[in-house]
Design a protein around this ligand. Structure first.
Ligand code: NDP
Ligand code: 8X3
Length: 251
């Protein structure tokens, strides 16, 4: 069995790749940071004794995505699971003050990157007559919150694409699912705040956020349902978070 996880150099993607490997899957891991990919690959190979293929590319670049897909070695073409995880938030500004580079980065990664991967891999899945695509959305794809504007829009797009690709791929027997998490403590907020680790830490102050392992376990559970069962959509939150903006902090 083979699982391809995008954005596996950190956070949710890294935990998910490790959990699939722990369960015997050979894994394809992707990301832009070469050393991180090598580190994750070595760890998985040593710990779980499965085959790992690292693909270093920027998901925003359609030519790089397609090249990586076209050059997949035969063994790794039999992809059972695609986890469309690579993504980010950049900034948290009101619409009139938005930073255009942030907007382009989120749209190009969260929507266009996911589309490039899905187009290439779904074709392979159709040829193989099997497959399951799991899209990592967000509570931001279910609700809009102040200053979340473009990030929320990209994750609403993921929500729409999740529903739509499920319809398109139904006739081919390809499952399509989404997981939409609330706060997960990863590098997400450091990236959102352009490397400001102090500000990022405050996001999780006084509450127990979800861990990347919590999300990986749920993704693996979705992927391991019987053939006749598909989980369309999950919203998963920390117990201390009722919705995108209603939280209980201890301090
Ligand atoms: P991290 O920042 O820890 O991980 C993001 C991953 O995406 C990294 O592996 C990064 O790899 C990859 N990535 C980002 N941009 C690109 C790019 N242009 N090309 C290739 N890979 C890219 O964050 P999370 O693990 O938290 O985020 C994973 C997903 O979960 C995202 O889609 C995010 O929106 C979603 N999410 C996160 C939540 C949270 O609270 N943390 C809540 C809800 C959803 P590299 O930098 O090496 O390229
Ligand atoms: C990440 C969670 O609440 O910052 O998708 O949008 S949130």
């Amino acid at each position: 069995m083979i699982a391809l996880i995008t954005g596996a150099t950190s956070g949710i993607g890294k935990s998910t790749a490790q959990l699939f490997a722990k369960n015997g899957y050979d894994v394809i891991i992707t990301g832009r940071r070469k050393e991180r990919l090598t580190e994750v690959q070595k760890h998985i190979e040593t710990e779980f004794k499965v085959k790992v293929l690292s693909l270093c590319f920027d998901i925003r670049k359609q030519n790089e995505v397609q090249k990586a897909i076209d050059e997949l070695p035969n063994h790794f073409k039999a992809i059972d699971i695609l986890v469309n995880n690579a993504g980010l938030a950049a900034g948290l500004s009101s619409i009139q003050d938005g930073n255009l580079e942030h907007w382009e980065r989120m749209i190009d990664t969260n929507i266009k990157g996911l589309l490039y991967m899905t187009k290439g891999i779904s074709k392979i899945m159709i040829e193989n007559k099997k497959g399951h695509i799991i899209n990592v959305g967000s509570v931001a794809g279910k609700e809009a919150y102040a200053n979340g504007n473009v990030y929320c829009a990209t994750k609403h797009a993921v929500d729409a694409l999740n529903k739509s690709m499920r319809i398109d791929l139904l006739q081919h027997g390809i499952k399509v699912s989404a997981i939409n998490p609330g706060m997960v403590e990863t590098e997400f907020s450091v990236v959102r705040f352009d490397g400001d680790a102090e500000r990022a830490k405050k996001v999780y102050d006084g509450l127990q956020a979800l861990t990347p392992d919590d999300i990986a376990e749920t993704i693996y559970w979705m992927a391991s349902r019987p053939a006749h069962v598909n989980i369309n959509d999950i919203i998963i939150m920390p117990t201390a978070q009722a919705n995108a903006t209603t939280l209980i902090r201890k301090n």
